[in-house]
Design a protein around this ligand. Structure first.
Ligand code: AP5
Ligand code: MG
Length: 192
């Protein structure tokens, strides 16, 4: 059964929203690198301070910082049986690092799922969230930068997983429940 999943997709495509439901369905934790950084930021930890300027401008936190954080999180007992990674890996270097991390444990990723969403919808959803949650990086210029970073650094990694026969693409448009259904179909065999 699919237990080790990576969620790819542009900002606002629904990674965080969908990771939670999928994690429950699979009985594994949802791990969001963005959420871990925001939690550290709110608690003013050294990690949060290191990440702050990158996040505020919509740029990626350097790989060495992010990789160390993920290695630490995946070593916790609740991730022993699987995980949904939301927002990691995001660079080719992070893909290599995750491969190495899993290899040392003799395990492999089951699936990478790319949630797709038109750029117009991305901006619409994130500006709407800005009104509700006030997330610091949900301003129009920073959203545009996050999208540009996604295209340049993250989009190419889908091809890596496709070459391995481990990429599924899921349409992120429509209601949350409809996207969740498509995601479950991609991750779970019909009998589950
Ligand atoms: P991160 O927190 O990962 O932000 P992101 O990729 O920009 O994505 P979002 O969280 O904005 O969107 P999402 O796809 O999770 O969608 P969501 O479900 O929230 O990263 C933030 C920053 O941290 C990065 O810019 C970087 O600086 C740093 N960082 C994180 N990971 C890193 C890494 N690996 N390496 C380096 N740096 C890293 O949905 C968005 C909104 O739409 C919500 O309001 C939601 O309620 C709504 N919504 C969801 N689904 C639907 C639907 N079907 N219909 C209508 N509305 C919907
Ligand atoms: Mg998110």
């Amino acid at each position: 059964m699919t237990k080790r999943v990576v969620l790819l997709g542009p900002p606002g495509s629904g990674k965080g929203t969908q990771a939670v439901g999928l994690a429950q369905a699979l009985g594994v934790p949802a791990i969001s690198t963005g959420a871990i950084f925001r939690d550290n930021l709110a608690r003013h930890t050294p990690l949060g301070e290191k990440a702050e300027a990158y996040m505020a401008s919509g740029h990626l936190v350097p790989d060495e910082i992010t990789n160390a954080m993920v290695a630490d999180r995946l070593s916790q007992p609740d991730a022993a049986n699987g995980f949904i990674l939301d927002g990691y890996p995001r660079t080719l270097e992070q893909v290599t690092e995750l491969d190495a991390l899993l290899q040392t444990r003799g395990i492999e990723l089951d699936l990478a799922v790319e949630l797709t969403l038109d750029h117009g919808r991305v901006v619409e959803r994130l500006l709407h969230r800005a009104e509700i949650e006030g997330r610091a990086d949900d301003t129009e210029p920073v959203i545009r930068e996050r999208l540009a970073v996604y295209r340049k650094a993250t989009e190419p990694i889908a091809a890596v997983y496709a070459d391995r026969g481990k990429l599924a693409s899921v349409d992120g448009h429509g209601a949350v429940e409809d996207v969740a259904g498509r995601l479950r179909n991609a991750c779970l065999p019909p009998s589950d």
